[in-house]
Design a binder for this molecule. Structure first.
Ligand code: T4K
Length: 378
């Protein structure tokens, strides 16, 4: 195809928000125009919270303006100090939430098969300053929750999952939201379920509710207006909650469509030399949030594959490069280079490309993505 034609092709991005029919949303928000209640835990907020508890099979949940602040809130709710063991193969948000909460991230390597934290490497990082583990269900791969739970019990640690990628997933039929002391979910525009911007913390201990709700409302206590925790403003608006109510009605169908997108990729890319394609975990009901592939650096440089795909108006992403431990603001924490401290995560950060996936990605567009990928591997 000539360069001129290539330039005319529409862009295919890594993600595209799932949106309800516009009329469904305008109907949902009509009563807000009459009531004038746009924020501060109104009716839409209450309804979404209830419906999410039911979808996620969890007794308690608090909504937030985004996933990042939800994670900061969960960390604040446990009133911890010291060190937190986490992984560097994640969006910057995970590590920033830990450090912005006055805690010190300690980076643990990941497993080579699914890139979640390697529980066999956690124990050697535990010190008398360790307060918690913040594992990440990265790409929607569920962590080894049993091994993590055993370590947490043995050493008296809190476990707060970054489940930003794992909304609506199940392990052996059990909701992903039921593991650890709390789990954070992101409802960003690019996620499987979105409220534009938004997030939540799911938890079983009812005593967390008051702290989380107060933290997101400046720390105000209901009733007398006193502030006992230094909170912030992290409330979800009624307009965002209304979008969530609409999107929830389409969730099941959207996940089915994402699964079909993945199957089409699998059909076209299985066995291709030089790449390895994400494999769904056994016993997990996946949401197909991300499709990571690894480009074998001995065959092809990942960045050159990316550049060639970009030249054809296709925009996979290097989620997650660099490792969060390599960001200059965390340099002071490093004793070894990232390649020595967390070699598996380091390699993944240099080899992973996440392919475009969203519910309405057409099979023609998948064909375009695969053709561009295959030609860039030649
Ligand atoms: N923990 C983890 C493990 C996370 O991955 C994230 C967020 C968080 C915590 C924090 O949760 P939030 O506070 O965000 O709720 C994106 C998202 O902004 C971010 O939510 C996500 N992870 C991260 C992995 O990806 P960018 O900087 O790559 O986004 P951006 O703007 O380049 O968007 C990617 C593509 O999506 C664009 O090329 C086009 C498309 N897009 C994007 C937006 C925003 C749309 O079609 N519509 C849109 O509105 O971070």
């Amino acid at each position: 195809m000539s360069n001129e034609n290539t330039a005319k092709q529409k862009n295919i991005y890594v993600a595209k928000p799932s949106l309800p029919p516009l009329g469904e949303y305008t109907t949902e928000i009509e009563d807000l125009w009459h009531s004038g209640v746009l924020s501060n835990s109104g009716e839409k907020h209450r309804k979404l919270e209830q419906q999410l508890c039911s979808v996620m099979d969890v007794p308690h949940l608090s909504l937030f303006t985004n996933g990042h602040l939800a994670l900061e809130a969960a960390l604040a709710a446990f009133d911890m100090e010291g060190e937190v063991i986490t992984t560097p193969l994640t969006f910057a948000s995970t590590t920033l939430a830990i450090s912005r909460s006055g805690l010190t991230p300690v980076f643990c390597d990941v497993k080579p098969n699914d890139f979640t934290i390697d529980p066999t490497k956690i124990e050697e990082l535990i010190t008398d300053r360790t307060a918690a583990i913040v594992p990440v269900h990265v790409y929607g791969n569920i962590c080894d929750v049993t091994a993590i739970d055993n370590l947490a019990k043995k050493y008296g640690l809190k476990v707060i999952y970054d489940a930003a990628h794992a909304f609506d997933e199940k392990l052996d039929g059990k909701s992903v939201a039921s593991f650890g002391d709390a789990s954070m979910f992101s409802f960003h525009a690019t996620k499987v379920f979105n409220t534009g911007e938004g997030g939540a913390v799911a938890y079983r201990n009812p005593r967390l509710k008051a702290r989380l709700e107060s933290w997101k409302n400046f720390g105000l206590e209901s009733g007398d207006g006193d502030i006992s925790i230094a909170g912030t403003n992290a409330k979800m608006s009624e307009l965002a909650a209304a979008l969530g109510l609409c999107n929830l009605r389409h969730l099941e169908n959207n996940v089915k469509k994402r699964a079909a997108v993945f199957e089409e990729y699998r059909k076209r890319l299985a066995g291709v030399c030089g790449i390895s394609l994400w494999e769904p975990q056994e016993n997990v009901t996946h949401n197909y949030a991300y499709i990571p592939i690894m480009i074998d650096s001995r065959k092809r440089e990942r960045d050159s594959v990316l550049a060639q795909m970009n030249a054809q108006s296709i925009f996979p992403r290097k989620y997650f490069y660099p490792l969060t431990s390599e960001h200059p603001c965390f340099n002071h924490l490093a004793t070894d280079s990232a390649s020595e401290a967390t070699p598996i995560a380091y390699r993944a950060s240099r080899e992973v490309l996440t392919l475009p996936i969203y519910a309405d990605l057409s099979f023609e567009d998948i064909e375009r993505v695969c053709k561009a990928l295959l030609s860039s591997l030649k």
